[in-house]
Design a protein around this ligand. Structure first.
Ligand code: GLY
Length: 349
């Protein structure tokens, strides 16, 4: 078991290990008191892990209410957010109570936002059950739902009080959902850590998953400590995401976030090499890492369509964007480019 302390506007632990869902209740009771917990989860995760989470909380003397919403990105919307808020209100949750996000990125992001809004803020605990949530979205306090105009456009920075990552939950993931998380792991390797990249490049990570998650969380801890509010270095975590958001949107979210990031990283590497922004061409190694981890390396959308959608991306500031360019595997940097350059980047695909 590993514990990583994150120091942002608030300080909290990320605990990673096998079988630790059983200790969720005692950890919450120690930290937040024996109040009430609203456990929010989706229809995929509920049959697998909800009973275990609820038993653990109840055994620790915590009263529990549960809310299950339909699984899927379509649920990450203002309607579900408001249903969760109404559910909290109907059940008369107070500021002494807390929310638990049991699930993947959609659950974590939406529960975190509901927790930030309800009574102007109640504590919440992240219990990630996907690799993507474990290595990225459950840590760092980005919460959001999607708007019609784009992903994650309605959100807040709101840190959890605790993250409990039971690696056993990853055992029930389909190969596709596991691969989705590996795209984010590969991203951490390319952006910050050549050694991590080499560890995961072969695609044989299952036996080493606790260390891999812990390393990603350490890297995220460091970047969040420096730039919690995403004004500088934290934007490095968007490596591959500019084109990924376009790919997701153009596919009507048929292409998953992880697959889109995998393709987006290849486009960014090709752009880095072709436009002279990279010291070393990273394309071949990223393609190899993607393929060994069951991730795609290309898509059929036209460069102009990709760039058009990217232009409406929320990270656009004035006439420029901060594009994450790979210098080499293990080191990326932010390159401020005029928005028109998005078309040149997309044409490198
Ligand atoms: N998922 C990227 C970030 O937390 O900044």
């Amino acid at each position: 078991m590993k514990t990583i302390n994150v120091s942002a506007s608030t300080e909290y632990d990320v605990v990673i290990g096998s079988g630790i869902l059983e200790s969720l209740g005692s950890r919450c009771a120690d930290l937040l008191g024996k109040s009430r917990a609203a456990v929010i989860t989706d229809s995929n995760v509920a049959p697998l892990w909800l009973d275990k989470a609820v038993s653990s909380l109840k055994n620790a003397g915590i009263d529990v209410i549960t809310y299950v919403f339909p699984a899927g990105e379509e649920s990450k919307c203002k309607e579900t957010l408001f249903e969760i808020l109404e559910f909290m209100a109907e059940n008369k949750l107070t500021r002494s109570d807390f929310a638990v996000a049991l699930g993947g990125g959609v659950t974590g992001d939406m529960t975190g936002l509901a927790a930030s809004l309800y009574l102007r803020g109640i504590p919440f605990v992240q219990v990630p059950t996907t690799l993507l949530a474990a290595v990225d979205s459950s840590v760092g306090g980005k919460t959001a739902v999607n708007l019609t105009a784009g992903k994650n456009l309605m959100g807040a920075f709101y840190q959890p009080s605790l993250v409990v990552c039971d690696t056993d939950t990853l055992g029930t993931l389909s190969p596709e959902i596991f691969a989705d998380g590996m795209a984010e792991v590969i991203k951490y390797g390319v952006v910050f850590d050549r050694e991590l990249f080499d560890t995961v490049k072969s695609g044989k990570v299952e036996s080493n998953i606790e260390n891999v998650i812990a390393r990603c969380v350490e890297l995220k801890r460091d970047v969040v400590a420096k730039d919690e509010f995403d004004k500088g270095d934290r934007q490095l975590l968007n490596f591959g995401h500019t084109m990924a958001h376009s790919i997701e949107k153009l596919s009507n979210f048929e292409i998953s976030h992880g697959s889109a990031v995998a393709i987006g990283m290849v486009i960014a590497a090709k752009a880095g090499a072709k436009l002279g922004w990279s010291k070393e061409d990273c394309t071949a190694e990223i393609i190899e890492a993607n393929q060994n981890n069951n991730l795609p390396v290309e898509c059929d959308f036209s460069p102009d369509a990709l760039a058009d959608v990217a232009l409406s991306d929320k990270k656009r500031t004035g006439g420029t964007i901060n594009f994450v360019a790979p210098e080499k595997i293990g080191k990326c940097y932010l390159k401020k480019v005029p928005v028109d350059v998005l078309y040149e980047i997309a044409r490198c695909k």
